[in-house]
Structure formats: C-alpha cells, structure tokens
Design a protein around this ligand. Structure first.
Ligand SMILES: [Zn+2]
Length: 45
C-alpha cells in the first residue's frame, strides 16, 4: 500500500520547507533544493 496522497501533500522538507519528491520503490523522500534524501518505512497491518 502506498502513502496516502493527502499525507504526501502535508509533508515538506524539515530544512527548507520545500516540496518533497517521493520514491516509494526505494522508500526514500528527496528534497531537490537541499540535495537530501530521507528514508521512510511503511508499516503493514
Ligand atoms: Zn529542503
């Protein structure tokens, strides 16, 4: 199951508050402005 669209729209970069790019296959979220990648974990129920 992928992240909800509403959740994605709420998330911004913690550094620059900019838009984030989701790469769900790699379980990473990228900030292009900062050149940073954040890892996220999807919990299945
Ligand atoms: Zn950023």
């Amino acid at each position: 199951m992928s992240l909800a669209t509403e959740l994605k729209s709420l998330l911004v970069c913690p550094l620059c508050k900019g838009e984030l790019v989701f790469h769900e296959a790699a379980q990473e979220i990228w900030c292009r402005a900062d050149g940073l990648a954040f890892r996220f974990v999807t919990i299945s129920r």
